[in-house]
Write a protein that binds this ligand. Structure first.
Ligand code: AMP
Ligand code: GLY
Length: 431
């Protein structure tokens, strides 16, 4: 088949890398893509925020199937636009995508269907929200979440009342997140380890992929501001087969059944952000797409062809589809522009890409890279994800960091402790 892949980050580079080598994929077009993807697929310009433009691109290119990477087009209804035009697309409809695009919807949905999650209150006015954080109902720390999509910045885990009140005011009075902050979820703070759990869903059933763990803070030791993700590893040693079975039974199947009972079908990948608490796994968040940087470590683990499975999920029948995965550890280190997630400079030439890619067990995925006079230059905050694969997490880490060390540009920033948690968990016998 001829396939259109929508997006232009390292997650989409990992998807392109996997899909372009598969038997059933005759041709791959990526929109808008990036400098790394351009080496694997033809890239065409596209505004991914515009579902109509995505449909036009699919029609113009006469593709058989479209795979959507980021959440924005899904939240804007690209799956509905494609369904109306009779074109297959991988990704949930707008109503089901509210699991990610509205935290109020997600929390109320989980409450209706008894899916384990933190206790919460929905607040529509500043007075309500200030009362909810000040009343001490949830104790401290307390979590303040903007309802809508806020580019990963809409959540504050507030250690005290002052911080919580400031978060409420920033969202509801100062309008920091625009309409996305008009309603808030105030919730209890859960404690435990976090893991990202991915499931391919056809509306009725799901097939679990390897789980992963990411590193959201900018600096070593999980310090500094939250980012889109500074690295990830897979499989998560914390997610045993028994725990995965429990997540499927207690969370994923109730999500699919709950949506169906409300007239929706979830087709696409469901990303369950889990907190592994002493009382069992609880849902921190849902996303309606692959995680980034988790996709960069999960997708290379899949040994079987992905395109037919994505197509079966999109067309409502996973049937007997299984995706066989290699169990060997993968560690992905994000190479970022210094200053990210704050202000940073771009346009620097990137050296050492070939040397990094020549190392055994290494793949380099591009995110914020561009071409200038035939040379690859930095163009974003997260520039690359460098992935190492090994027989152990220790080996995967050494490979990823050797490759990351080959790469240079001014003010390059990498965390040095990506994957250390996996080593610690394996030592603890969690695996
Ligand atoms: P989200 O944007 O929903 O992924 O939340 C960002 C981060 O905030 C999560 O990865 C958690 O680390 C943290 N977080 C969100 N909700 C809670 C909660 N109820 N308890 C503790 N931490 C939370
Ligand atoms: N890695 C977190 C996310 O993709 O939302």
């Amino acid at each position: 088949m001829k396939l259109l892949l929508v997006g232009g980050g390292a997650r989409e580079h990992a998807l392109a890398w996997k899909l372009c080598r598969e038997r059933t994929v005759r041709e791959l077009v990526c929109a808008p893509g990036n400098a790394g993807i351009a080496r694997l697929a033809r890239c065409v310009p596209l505004d991914v925020a515009d579902p109509g433009a995505i449909l036009d691109a699919a029609a113009r290119e006469q593709v058989d199937f479209t795979v959507v990477g980021p959440e924005l087009p899904l939240a804007r209804g690209v799956a509905d636009v494609f369904a109306a035009a009779g074109r297959p697309l991988f990704g949930p409809r707008k109503a089901a995508a509210r699991l990610e695009s509205s935290k109020v919807f997600a929390k109320r949905f989980m409450e209706r269907h008894r899916i384990p999650t933190a206790r919460f209150r929905v607040c529509e006015t500043p007075a309500d929200a200030l009362a909810a954080v000040g009343g001490g109902e949830f104790g401290f720390p307390v979590v303040v979440k903007a309802d809508g999509l806020a580019a990963g910045k809409g959540v504050t885990v507030a250690p005290d009342r002052e911080t919580a009140e400031a978060a409420v005011r920033a969202a509801m009075v100062d309008g920091r997140f625009g309409a996305a902050g008009a309603s808030l979820v105030i919730e209890e703070c859960l404690t435990g380890d976090e893991a990202s759990f991915f499931v391919l869903c056809d509306g009725r059933r799901g097939v679990a992929l390897p789980s992963a763990q990411d590193h959201k803070r900018a600096l070593d030791g999980d310090r500094g501001p939250n980012t889109g993700g500074m690295g990830a590893f897979a499989p998560s040693p914390l997610v045993s087969p028994a725990l995965a079975g429990r997540v499927m039974a207690d969370i994923v199947q109730p999500v699919l059944d709950g949506l169906r009972s409300e007239g929706q079908e979830y087709r696409g990948v469901l990303y369950v952000g889990l907190m592994l608490t002493r009382d069992g796994p609880q849902v921190i968040e849902f996303n309606v797409r692959f995680g980034d940087p988790e996709a960069q470590v999960v997708l290379p683990m899949i040994e079987t062809d992905l395109a037919p499975v994505l197509f079966s999920a999109a067309t409502g029948d996973l049937g007997a589809a299984e995706s066989r995965t290699a169990g060997d550890p993968h560690v992905g280190v994000v190479v970022a522009s210094g200053g990210y997630p704050g202000a940073f400079e771009t346009g620097y030439e990137i050296d050492g890409l070939d040397a990094a890619e020549a190392l055994p067990g290494v793949v380099v995925f591009h995110a914020g890279s561009g071409l200038r006079d035939g040379r690859i230059v930095t163009s974003g905050g997260r520039v690359l994800t460098v992935v190492g694969r090994g027989g152990t997490f220790a080996e995967a880490r050494v490979r990823a960091y050797e490759a990351a060390a080959c790469i240079s540009f001014p003010h390059k920033h990498v965390r040095t402790d990506i994957g250390m948690k996996a080593l610690a968990a394996v030592d603890d016998g969690a695996a």
